[in-house]
Design a protein around this ligand. Structure first.
Ligand SMILES: C[S@@+](CC[C@H](N)C(=O)[O-])C[C@H]1O[C@@H](n2cnc3c(N)ncnc32)[C@H](O)[C@@H]1O
Length: 161
């Protein structure tokens, strides 16, 4: 019999930070799949969708939903009322009010919300976000690419807020 120890990877619950990421009224399941894959690989603790526009089954069959909690909210209000206690809402949107990602101090505990492929974030989501963040691009990028850039930036060693 082998004496070797099998290490099972687990979340480090002694680190006092986490983040979730999701899309408001996402249009295509393909984009969700790409975003979930990035979320799984770039340290998200949970993923979510708001609204019923996408093919929910396609999302449910993606591998990432077996690895981390996936939440679905019927409306922005439902989502906002159920944010994890103490977590800040970070709206990701190319808008004048948003801070540049390069100098943004990601909150230790937060939820990143991306907008729909065609309409972007709703007015209500923009108004209720505790922070808004953007990165410079000539035109807006694909929503999953945008989410991946934000998550990549978060795992760089930058000060947190
Ligand atoms: C294709 S864009 C939406 C474009 C929409 N037609 C508009 O003009 O608002 C989809 C989502 O990707 C994100 N996004 C894309 N480019 C971005 C950027 N440069 N900075 C921040 N977010 C971006 C935002 O969450 C946005 O709502």
């Amino acid at each position: 019999m082998s004496d070797s120890i099998i290490f099972v990877s687990m979340n480090d619950n002694l680190v006092n930070e986490f983040f979730g990421i999701g899309i408001q009224n996402g249009k295509t399941p393909e984009n969700l799949g790409v975003l979930w894959r990035s979320a799984q690989n770039l340290g998200a603790s949970f993923i979510f969708t708001i609204g019923n526009r996408y093919a929910k089954q396609a999302c449910d069959t993606h591998n990432a939903v077996k690895s981390m909690p996936y939440f679905h909210y019927e409306s922005f209000e439902d989502f906002f009322n159920n944010l994890p206690k103490g977590a800040r809402l970070v709206g990701v949107e190319l808008t004048d009010k948003a801070e540049p990602l390069e100098s943004f101090k990601h909150p230790r505990r937060c939820v990143y919300l991306l907008g729909a492929e065609d309409h972007g974030l709703s007015k209500e989501a923009i108004e209720k976000s505790h922070f808004l963040v953007k990165f410079s691009s000539q035109l807006s990028l694909n929503v999953s690419v945008a989410g991946s850039i934000v998550m990549y930036d978060r795992q760089l060693s930058k000060p947190r807020s």
